[in-house]
Ligand binder design. Structure first.
Ligand SMILES: NC(=O)c1ccc[n+]([C@@H]2O[C@H](COP(=O)([O-])OP(=O)(O)OC[C@H]3O[C@@H](n4cnc5c(N)ncnc54)[C@H](OP(=O)(O)O)[C@@H]3O)[C@@H](O)[C@H]2O)c1
Length: 278
C-alpha cells in the first residue's frame, strides 16, 4: 500500500483526499491519501516524517507552499518559476517539488479558449496568481496584473520579465482603472481570495465592468458559484468555475505520482460531492 498526503493548516475541509482516493480506487491502485494538519512550526519535522515513512507523494497547501522549499531536495521548472510548491514526489528517498497550479489553471482555460495573443486581466499576485501568471506568460498571453498591493504585482511582473522575457502591465484596484482594464480584456481571472466563503458576497468586478464577450474564470471554488461568476453571467460573459482548476491541478499531481492518466470525471464528481458535504 502506497501512502499519499496533503499537508497544510487547516486541511479538514479539503476535497483533495476524496478526489485522490476516488481516483486510486477507480484505477484499482493500492494507494491511500490522507490529510495532515501541520502548523508552521512543525513543517520541518513533518518533512522528516514524510522521508522516514517513505510517503510516495504529497500535496502542499497554504501556508507551506513557499516555506517547504528549503526542506526538499530538488525543484522542477514549474516550481522554480512560481517560487512555490504544491506537489512533492518521493524519488528513491529524495523529495522533488512541482507546481501544478499554473498548468491546472491553463488546462481549465484551454477547455474554453485559446491563450496566445489574448488580453488577460489577472486579479491577484499571491501564491496561486504567481503560478498562473508564469503559465499565461509562457503561453503567450498579453498580461495585466491587478493587485491590492501594487508593489507585489510589480515584483511579479519584473520576475516574469527576467525569467520569461515578456512585458507585463500592473495596476492597483482603483475602480476606474480596473474598469478600463476589465472592459479591454478577453479573459478575466480572479486569483485573489475575494469572494471566498464565508465572504461570499464580495467581488472586485460587477456586471457593468465585464465585457459580454469575455471569458471569466474565478479560481475560488467555495462557493461553487461565486458572486463574480454571477456578475459575469449577468454581463453575458462565459464563465469557468474554480472547481475546474481544482480538479485539473489535482489530476496533474496524480499523473506526476502514478505515471497514469488521471480519471478526471471521477475526480470531479468526488470533489463536487465533498464540497457540497462541507
Ligand atoms: N481552484 C484551485 O485549484 C485553487 C488553487 C489555489 C488557490 N485557490 C484559491 O485562490 C485564492 C488565493 O489563494 P493564494 O494561495 O494565492 O492566496 P495568497 O497567496 O494569500 O494571495 C491572496 C491574494 O488575494 C488578495 N487579497 C486578499 N484579500 C483581499 C481583499 N480584501 N481585497 C483585495 N485583494 C485581496 C491578495 O492581495 P495582497 O497582495 O494585496 O495581499 C493576494 O493577491 C484562495 O481563495 C484559494 O482558495 C484555488
Amino acid at each position: 500500500m502506497k501512502l499519499y498526503m496533503l499537508i497544510g493548516h487547516p486541511v479538514e475541509k479539503s476535497p483533495s483526499p476524496a478526489m485522490h482516493n476516488a481516483a486510486f480506487s477507480h484505477l484499482g491502485l493500492e494507494c491511500v491519501y490522507v490529510a495532515a494538519d501541520v502548523p508552521p512550526q512543525a513543517l520541518e519535522d513533518a518533512v522528516g516524517g514524510i522521508r522516514a515513512l517513505g510517503v510516495a507523494g504529497v500535496n502542499v497547501t497554504i501556508p507551506h507552499k513557499v516555506s517547504v522549499i528549503p526542506h526538499i531536495d530538488e525543484l522542477d521548472e514549474s516550481a522554480e518559476l512560481a517560487g512555490a510548491v504544491n506537489t512533492l514526489k518521493n524519488v528513491g528517498g529524495k523529495l522533488k517539488g512541482f507546481n501544478t497550479d499554473g498548468a491546472g489553471a491553463l488546462r481549465a482555460l484551454k477547455s474554453r479558449t485559446q491563450i496566445r495573443g489574448k488580453r488577460v486581466l489577472l486579479l491577484g499576485a499571491g501564491g496561486a496568481a504567481r503560478a498562473i501568471a508564469f503559465s499565461l506568460a509562457i503561453a503567450g498571453a498579453e498580461l495585466t496584473i491587478a493587485n491590492r498591493t501594487i508593489a507585489r504585482a510589480r515584483a511579479l511582473a519584473e520576475d516574469i520579465r527576467e525569467k520569461v522575457g515578456r512585458a507585463v502591465e500592473c495596476v492597483g484596484l482603483d475602480e476606474r482603472e480596473l474598469t478600463s482594464r476589465a472592459m479591454d480584456a478577453d479573459i478575466i481571472i480572479n486569483a485573489t481570495s475575494v469572494g471566498m466563503y464565508p465572504d461570499s458576497g464580495r467581488t472586485l468586478l460587477t456586471s457593468g465592468m465585464i465585457p459580454r464577450d469575455a471569458v471569466v474564470f474565478d479560481i475560488v471554488y467555495k462557493p461553487a458559484e461565486t458572486r463574480l461568476l454571477r456578475e459575469a453571467k449577468k454581463a453575458g460573459a462565459s464563465v469557468i468555475a474554480g472547481i475546474e482548476m481544482l480538479v485539473q491541478q489535482g489530476a496533474l499531481s496524480f499523473e506526476i505520482w502514478t505515471g497514469k492518466r488521471a480519471p478526471i470525471k471521477v475526480m470531479r464528481k468526488a470533489a463536487e460531492m465533498e464540497l457540497r458535504r462541507n
